[in-house]
Design a binder for this molecule. Sequence first.
Ligand code: PLP
Length: 371
Amino acid sequence: MSLQMQCEPVPPRQRQPKPQDASRLGFGHFYTDHMFTMRWSAQRGWHDARLGAFAPLALSPAAMVLHYAQTVFEGLKAYRSRQGAIHLFRADDNAERFDRSARRLALPELPPGAFLEAVQALVALDHEWVPRAPGTALYIRPTMIATEPHLGVRPAAEVLFFVIAGPVGPYYAEGFAPVRITVTERYVRAAPGGLGAVKTGANYAASLLAAMEAQAAGYSQVLWLDAVERRYVEEVGSMNILFKIAGEVIAPTSADSVLPGITVRSALELLRAWGVPVQVRPLAIDEVLAAHEAGTLEEVFGTGTAAVISPVGLLDYQGRAHTIAGGGTGPLAQRLFEELTGIQYGERPDPFGWMRPVAPRAEAAPLPAAR
Ligand SMILES: *Cc1c(COP(=O)(O)O)cnc(C)c1O
């Protein structure tokens, strides 16, 4: 699928000023001048691919996504190297995961090539928005929503795919800040056979109240256990989680309620290349606590596109708090963070071929005309 894309760039004088202070970028506050949109209908398939101004969507209040949550999304970043080049990190994996998520939500398939073309076209056009300060990046949010106005419950026959992007700051303003987490036994994020393994808004909706209660109790994230036995560790907040016990790194798995993260996969590939023993298997919370008791729980950290690596300094379970790695950042978390971000910013070799270059689009260069 090669997209015939209509392009209507915003006239330079009407473009938004770019935020100048990198320390105040934060996450999710700013958006670039443009967005990519493409429509799908059961009759026509994908059509009307367009790069145009970032603008509010016109949506019927009966749009099915608003009622039945038929939507999926992705999150990936474009990084600028010190030399100025722009690269996406493992974007093919995001494209494949997006397609898998769409199938689970009974949304139309989007060929990974079309996903990549859309993402690259937006980044190429808004290349000036890829920030330059250390630790910053352009966060990209491809999304698919059911737009058909209809209140009967069935898969929508009209769908919108859009891609927006915005500059984001370093996740930690002053270096690594280990997080305090608490295990929830009351709430469940995802159940076997449910939506946990795909990137969809409903998983986040299910997590908000637990996160709010955890924060009120002084914790920044929730550690989720499995839905059936409330015993096996699954994820932390909206990140995957890794445990280092007696020199081995354990990545908890489940049948289908853990999101297959691209950062955790990258971390495991690096660890294997470094010769660090890795196990991917179910991990019970009792085993984690027993290791802590025995003094062999060396490190715990979350992984995800936004933070890359998020060390856990304190773990609360059933009202007892357990300090991990002295409440600081363990050496392995530190090394993974430095290696992953080193590859992403082009400061270290990329032996796995994870980085995909995006050439900036010269303003004058026209895109192929629409049909
Ligand atoms: C996106 C996401 C992750 C992390 O995935 P990455 O590909 O590493 O960004 C982990 N858990 C959940 C629930 C997610 O939505």
